[in-house]
Ligand binder design. Structure first.
Ligand SMILES: Nc1nc2c(ncn2[C@@H]2O[C@H](COP(=O)(O)OP(=O)(O)O)[C@@H](O)[C@H]2O)c(=O)[nH]1
Ligand SMILES: [Mg+2]
Length: 461
């Protein structure tokens, strides 16, 4: 079996098919932009793409303030959605229907890669000025893919034993200690020098996948291998950390684990070379607020995962330096999502926090082609001012998840940089999940948002 057919979320449409679909559309001879949207699960990719596409479809007829940055406003004649040949379709209409339903609901979680093309027909630019002569058809291709696929970059420079040692160490700290009890006990009982036992490996492998998923539901983000989190990987491909397995003879459990790890690494390398390396404009969505609410350990883990992800972009900038043979990054938009969970006075702090998480060296090295923003793809709250003990205070009004009546909350002050260990207890957050706003269908203008248009601006600058 080819290792590429079991990629979770891509089972039907293999990585090779995606790679060749991306290769066949040369961005050089086509007017348009290819924009990839990534981020860890629940960071807000599906909601972002839905709202972004909806805004592109309707911005031309909407009041300017509904989507202020829209460079083609005067020239758009027609906007149309198309599938991108060879890529699974992003179901825009269904996702929009979720948001406009009565009552509205957020889209169900998705896995894998999907794509949609927004095709803009533009009136010719002024004839007299040749510099303004632009093509009449413009494609904006949006490609949504899991950020978990970017968590595996470190595997490319670690052999199985090194990776195992790192993962075992990680599993012995913080919340992971309790969560890892089961698989690590099973792994301890396995003899790496014994004859390969596919049943035992499948059993422990499943316990490891289970561990990763439980870590994620406990708010942890730095989880490897990233692809084990989506879909279901066939049992015969599963592996797990076992540093004791060093240099096992062929035919043993230890050798089988190392072999499976190598097959996985091949897939990862191929993803970076043939898919990631072809995505030159990317949006990275990060949900800092949920992690803040979950506390220091979740936040630190998200920071580790996010830095791992941006290292992949770093490699894209220095194509010769590391693992990628081709590729160059034109624009990278780094975005803190769900900014409607806090009051507007805290947006700068949220951006500061994201900047701190990415690190000053990264920000400085990428200053020219990257932008940093706080956004809400769909704004679920309204801001209200209330007098409290004689002072004007900002509250958010929205319907908390699972409820039907609106409440007013004070989300608390967002730190403008990562708090040090001692100052965490001084921060009290009340960051809630809200139900989507009741908009009602048809809603033929951009959905209420915060700074969504600025993402477009930073991508095509
Ligand atoms: N209030 C608010 N919640 C959001 C927004 N975007 C995403 N969410 C929440 O985050 C969840 C995950 O979003 P989704 O787009 O499915 O994330 P994905 O897994 O990255 O595709 C949603 O179900 C919403 O609860 C937003 O702009 N505002
Ligand atoms: Mg999604």
């Amino acid at each position: 079996m080819s290792p590429f057919t079991w990629l979770p979320g891509l089972a039907a449409d293999s990585l090779s098919a995606i790679a060749s679909a991306l290769a066949s559309v040369s961005p050089l001879n086509q007017a348009g932009y290819r924009i990839a949207v990534t981020g860890l699960q629940r960071s807000g990719k599906t909601v972002f793409v839905t709202s972004f596409v909806h805004a592109l479809l309707h911005a031309k007829d909407a009041p300017v303030e509904a989507f202020p940055f829209f460079p083609w406003r005067e020239r758009v004649r027609e906007v149309e959605l198309q599938d991108i040949p060879g890529l699974p379709a992003f179901p825009y209409r269904d996702r929009l229907a979720d948001l406009l339903a009565e009552p509205p609901h957020w889209p169900a979680p998705t896995e894998g890669l999907s794509a949609v093309r927004v095709r803009l027909r533009l009136a010719p630019a002024a004839r007299l000025d040749r510099r303004l002569l632009e093509p009449q058809t413009l494609h904006l291709d949006l490609i949504d893919y899991p950020g978990e696929w970017l968590l595996d970059l470190p595997l490319l420079s670690l052999d199985y034993e090194e990776w195992s040692a790192e993962m075992e160490e990680l599993a012995n700290a913080g919340k992971r200690t309790a969560l890892s009890v089961q698989w690590s006990a099973q792994a301890r009982a396995l003899d790496p020098a014994a004859k390969e036992d596919p049943f035992a490996l499948a059993h422990i492998g499943s316990a490891y996948v289970d561990y990763l998923k439980r870590c994620r539901s406990e708010g942890l983000s730095f989880l490897q291998p990233g692809r084990f989190l989506g879909g279901t990987a066939p049992l015969e491909t599963l592996f797990f950390p076992l540093s004791r397995a060093r240099s096992s003879r062929s035919g043993t459990n230890g050798a089988a684990l190392a072999r499976r790890y190598e097959a996985y690494r091949k897939l990862v390398r191929r993803f970076y070379e043939q898919v990631f390396g072809r995505l030159r404009r990317q949006v990275l969505l990060v949900d800092l607020l949920t992690a803040l609410q979950q506390g220091q350990e979740s936040f630190a883990d998200l920071a580790l995962a996010t830095r791992t992800v941006v290292e992949a972009f770093e490699d894209l900038r220095h194509p010769l330096a590391k693992v990628l043979p081709i590729g160059r990054l034109d624009r990278l938009s780094l975005v803190a999502t769900k900014a409607d969970h806090i009051t507007s006075g805290q947006l700068n702090n949220l951006v500061g926090l994201l900047r701190d998480m990415l690190g000053e060296p990264f920000m400085r090295a990428n200053a020219r082609q990257s932008g940093l923003l706080a956004i809400a793809s769909v704004r679920a709250t309204a801001q209200v001012t209330r007098l409290w003990q004689g002072e004007a205070m900002q509250f958010l009004r929205g319907v908390p998840r699972g409820r039907s009546d609106a409440v007013e909350v004070r989300p608390g002050e967002i730190p403008g940089q990562i708090p040090d260990r001692g100052s965490w207890p001084g921060f009290v957050f009340n960051i809630r999940d809200f139900e989507p706003p009741r908009l009602g269908a048809p809603f033929e203008k951009p959905l209420p948002h915060i700074n969504l248009d600025k993402v477009l601006q930073s991508l095509i600058a």
